[in-house]
Design a protein around this ligand. Structure first.
Ligand SMILES: Nc1ncnc2c1ncn2[C@@H]1O[C@H](COP(=O)(O)OP(=O)(O)OP(=O)(O)O)[C@@H](O)[C@H]1O
Ligand SMILES: [Mg+2]
Length: 331
């Protein structure tokens, strides 16, 4: 809507975890490198946890993008509310596993049947959990023989049942003499940490080689993040952020990237409505208030100012009383 007015090529503050907009501060860049290193070294498991809207799914897509290589096969589960069977089916599907069925041989050599891969979208229907797991194991072993290794990313892993988490761990137990067959990255909200600490999860917990927590952004990083997204979206040559505007976005969003996107989007919309070239803290406030329920989600600017004045207020009141007391004495 406002893109044309501000000279943006595309929306800068969409709510999709699009890796082309990926912003990495030093901490998250190091973490991404470490996870990729762990995968290269076939270390087994990595875990990414974080509060809601801090960029976990965005990290997943960034990882998938970096893992798009000929010698790596990837799969990602995004909806672990599915049943265990459905999760297994979706892992197989995402890895591109095909059924192996006996097909009549096309050779006229009279030697009988041969095993062929044929495409049949419903081939997993009716298969038991064991059959699905066996097929997955077979697939992983075959890839390993071709020197292709497999990476599975499980988003929202806090919702995966303990039984299935354990079964996925067992998958990684299967290894050839030299290497593990699968690398798994579990991604989830902070309660995933609790889940992994449970007694039944100890074996998995001990095998996690990289752990990373996505965090809210600092004021400085909030500014970098906004500038970065605007630059990726075309630079916005006709748009300026006034002094104090980044701070206002940071205060209202508390540094949560999803909230930063929402607030910036609404602030730009409010700016466009006024044909304003400069986005001011007032427009940010207007945009933030336009977001339903935001008043409860972040501190109000006025409260921020008040809190900042507090340290000066108490000594000032004290000095004033001393002064008044001295004056009354001198009279
Ligand atoms: N590092 C980042 N770089 C660019 N954009 C980001 C980054 N982190 C988060 N975002 C943006 O913030 C929004 C929320 O991010 P994301 O969906 O990845 O969070 P999440 O932690 O997976 O949230 P939830 O807990 O709800 O699943 C997305 O619109 C995404 O574009
Ligand atoms: Mg997510």
């Amino acid at each position: 809507m406002y893109e044309k007015f501000y000279g943006l090529r595309e929306p800068a503050f969409n709510l999709t975890p699009d890796p082309t907009f990926l912003f990495l501060n030093k901490r998250s860049k190091d973490a991404l490198d470490q996870i990729l290193y762990g995968i290269e070294r076939r270390e087994g498991f990595a875990v990414i946890v974080g509060d809601i809207g801090t960029g976990k799914t965005t990290m997943c897509w960034a990882l998938l993008e970096r893992l798009a290589r000929k010698d790596i096969r990837t799969a990602m589960i995004q909806n672990p509310m599915l049943s265990e069977l459905d999760i297994l089916r979706s892992i197989l599907q995402d890895f591109g596993v095909r059924p192996k069925r006996k097909q009549p041989s096309l050779d006229f050599d009279g030697l009988g049947d041969e095993t062929k891969e044929i495409f049949d979208a419903d081939w997993m229907e009716g298969m038991s959990k064991k059959q699905l797991l066996d097929r997955l194991n077979m697939f992983l072993a075959e890839r390993a023989q071709e020197n292709v290794f497999s990476v599975l990313i499980v988003d929202e892993a806090q919702n995966v049942s303990t039984t299935l988490l354990e079964q996925l761990r067992l998958l990684s137990n299967l290894e050839t003499a030299k290497k593990k067959l699968i690398q798994i990255i579990f991604v989830g909200q902070l309660e995933l940490n609790q889940k992994l600490k449970a007694l039944s999860m100890r074996q998995l917990n001990q095998r996690i080689s990289v752990r990373f927590e996505t965090k809210t952004l600092s004021r400085e990083d909030t500014e970098r993040y906004i500038r970065h997204r605007l630059a990726v979206a075309g630079g916005a040559p006709r748009l300026r952020f006034g002094s104090g505007t980044f701070r206002a976005v940071w205060r209202y969003s508390r540094g949560y990237p999803r909230m930063i996107n929402l607030i910036c989007d609404r602030a730009l919309l409010a700016g466009y409505a006024e044909r304003a070239a400069v986005i001011t803290p007032r427009l940010v406030r207007k945009g933030a208030l336009a977001l339903k329920g935001l008043e409860d989600a972040g501190p109000k600017l006025s409260q921020g100012w008040f809190r900042r004045l507090m340290p000066f207020l108490i000594p000032a009141v004290f000095l004033l009383s001393v002064l008044l007391f001295a004056l009354s004495k001198s009279n």
